[in-house]
Design a protein around this ligand. Sequence first.
Ligand code: MG
Length: 396
Amino acid sequence: MELHTPFTFGQRVGNGTLFDLSAYLSQANAWLSTGRNTMPYQAEYIWMDGHQPTPMLRSKTKILDNSVKTPPIWGFDGSSTEQATGDRSDCMLLPVFTCPDPLRGGKNILVLCEVRLAQTGEPHPTNTRAKCAETAKKFAAHQMIFGIEQEYTMMRTNGRPFGFPEEGGEPGPQGPYYCGVGAGRVMGREIIEEHTWACIEAGLMIEGTNAEVMPGQWEYQIGAADALTVSDHLMVARWLIERIAEDHDVVISLAAKPQKGDWNGAGAHTNFSTKAMRSSYEAIEAACEALSKRVDQHVNNYGHDIESRLTGKHETAPYNKFSFGVSNRGASVRIPWQVARDRKGYAEDRRPNANCDPYVVTQLLLDTVCSNEKTPAKAAAKKPAGKKPAKKGKKK
Ligand SMILES: [Mg+2]
């Protein structure tokens, strides 16, 4: 048995990534010539480290035998990721989400992991996903879903924004760059095109992309889905953009305010709704009122350096002053105009930073909004006995 390809070697295929097919096939054929009729595949294990103030993504590769269907628990040296001391350095990687690896192709996969304590299997203190899972389970009846708009800024390896002139100085002021097209107005298009295809091929819930207000700043949207799904997909999408940009010698910054001065910061606007909000405007207002009572708790956990971004300028509300309003991009929480018209839908928390932890943001929104709502089950239980429920499809 020998493998052949219909492609010209080294051509761009699918997601635009230059994939050296000839090298891959010669490796594969060398393996087959050993007499074994199966070839191992690669699983890229991805996790959040303990770096402060903002955790970073880490990953490493495990070669799995072709017969392995589920990636096993693995481990790493936590003393090198700010997650353990040298004398008790082992940390556990617990796979929680897998998807096809769009960069390596074939049978290769990406494996998102929770970090667990090797000694007990309990969640590591840096593991924010476990708490999110607990809260999501507690409020499952509310059927809360999220859509996250991830902004980011491309930077040169010398720390200057990718959209700024290489020789120094600043580009023209903000205005023509948002959703722009054309040389001088848009920078880094190749990277975002590769990333979008990669997300689609990985099966992630990517909804769209756009160039942002500051040159070299971009956005993609992930969702809508429950807290764990949207956060898992976002973490893998974040890993993919970093991995793709690495090939272009471009750094992906999630900094809240990557460039001082009259330049927009980078956020992660989080759209949310419960089942009640999707059918009642009063529930949307009630959610906003609930958020107004826990301002500090949210803002303090929405990402490092939030004070530099939420200043009241550049389409933000001041971090210490909560407000909500219809169509208002200068409010902490915006209710879209069509939601106000339809008297149902969702709201957008505009406060989370680009560098926020999505498990923390969705956990807080779940807790604040759902603990303020009657659970659907309890509401049903309070109906007077003997009263027949309204027939489905008939509205009064
Ligand atoms: Mg945006």
